[in-house]
Ligand binder design. Structure first.
Ligand code: ZN
Length: 417
């Protein structure tokens, strides 16, 4: 009966975007039902992760239909819990400053900014800024890159943690190429598959359509008319990498300008020589180690549910209103029937009174620690949804409520290391 509420995201054939091969090996398949904020309707994603045996590119095949995805992103107001501001602005500005063009107010196009915040304000000091953003909350006149009809005008096109969401990344990169002046730059930040064994958070998200390595990203960008000028395994977020590309030809035209050597992906594989096979082996290994971590996390969600059941009906404190908590609630109480003796706490006062939206309902409220001192004193158990801050939280509970939990009465649930 619940299944009737979800419309299936239509699937389309997807061969390897990097080398065109159809020789794909399935790595991980699952189905994920997602509600749209504030409603009981939603989408059902059938996710099949594969790796190309020829070049090692790792991605979701078949791909999700672009139009359905556009509806999905357009109608989902991103939750304040998605930590969209949780990135290092100075890292981004350092990269931009290295490629700052001469002239007054050069043009900067960001694709997928989600919100206009401090980073966008900083960029606007140097550039004429334009944002292309599907979410209606941003209010851009351009929802998709195709909507932006002017070509060859941007001095920089940047997208941060967007490319992994795109069902047809080659087509998308060609659109980025179209927006840019010749020899202008594209800045890309994207999750790095090499980090999955340590931090599988990007593997865990059902929205992600591609799992790039520095090498497969470079190959794909070269097919779209770019040459890589800089890359690093660091980014403004802990699980990503950064690459900067220069437009050397029009991505949509087949023949390059005469003075530029044509670089096809086959050239790159040949240039790599024997490296073509290790790319497959490496990415396969990164993926399977990351998947092991994801499965451990899912086990920890089940453990947390038992931990709560074993508390009888006494108060249990759930501390940390973040994505881990949302994952837990969706896993443990898919019909929004979390018991009333759970108390949700977050030290970040910006999350006060936040109504946790999971399974499309808004009926769980987040409190600040000082608002629920009595509940903390009464409580028998504590689940912390952040490993990094656990000790600080335990210390603050002692000083605020004089409460010390026994080790066996606390549990940590966190996909991050
Ligand atoms: Zn391939």
């Amino acid at each position: 009966m619940i299944a009737e509420r979800f419309s299936e995201v239509t699937l389309e054939k997807r061969d390897c975007d990097v080398c065109g091969s159809q020789d794909l090996e399935s790595l991980w398949s699952y189905e994920k039902n997602v509600c749209i904020n504030g409603s009981t309707n939603g989408y059902s994603f059938k996710v099949n992760n594969v790796i190309c045996r020829s070049c090692g590119f790792t991605f979701v095949s078949p791909r999700f239909n672009e139009d359905v995805l556009a509806d999905y992103y357009g109608s989902s107001l991103r939750s304040p819990l998605d930590q969209s501001l949780d990135y290092d602005i100075s890292f981004r500005m350092d990269v931009i400053n290295r490629f700052l063009p001469k002239g007054v107010k050069p043009k900067f196009i960001e694709i997928g900014p989600s919100t206009f915040c401090e980073f966008q304000e900083r960029v606007s000091e140097y550039f004429a800024y334009r944002g292309i953003e599907p979410s209606s909350a941003f209010g851009s006149e351009w929802k998709n890159v195709q909507d932006f009809r002017e070509a060859s005008l941007a001095d920089i096109v940047a997208h941060y943690f967007v490319l992994e969401h795109i069902p047809n990344p080659l087509k998308f990169l060609k659109e980025c190429n179209r927006l840019l002046k010749m020899n202008a730059f594209m800045i890309v930040e994207v999750p790095n598959i090499a980090i999955y064994p340590a931090d599988p958070v990007a593997l865990h998200l059902y929205e992600h359509q591609s799992h790039f390595s520095l090498r497969t990203l470079e190959c794909l960008a070269s097919k779209a008319g770019f040459v890589q000028v800089e890359c690093t395994d660091k980014s403004s977020r802990s699980f990503g990498m950064t690459a900067v590309f220069r437009k050397i030809k029009n991505g949509s035209t087949e023949s390059p300008p005469p003075n530029v050597k044509k670089t096809s992906c086959q050239d790159i594989v040949a240039f790599q020589g024997h490296a073509a096979i290790p790319e497959y082996r490496m990415n396969r290994q990164f993926f399977s180690l990351g998947l092991h971590k994801v499965r451990n996390f899912n086990d920890s969600l089940s453990q947390a549910k038992k931990f709560i059941e074993n508390a009888g009906n006494e108060v249990v404190i759930l501390w940390g209103a973040n994505q881990n908590l949302v994952d837990f609630l969706g896993h443990a109480y898919p019909n929004s029937n979390a018991p009333n003796f759970l108390t949700f706490v977050d030290s970040d006062s910006r999350k006060r009174n936040l109504l946790l939206d999971y399974d499309g309902r808004f009926d769980k409220m987040v409190f600040t620690p000082s608002e629920c001192i009595n509940a903390i004193k009464e409580s028998c158990r504590l689940i912390v949804f952040t490993r990094r801050h656990k000790q600080a939280i335990l210390d603050s509970i002692i000083s605020l409520a004089g409460k010390r939990y026994k080790d066996e009465d606390t549990l940590t649930v966190d996909i991050n290391p």
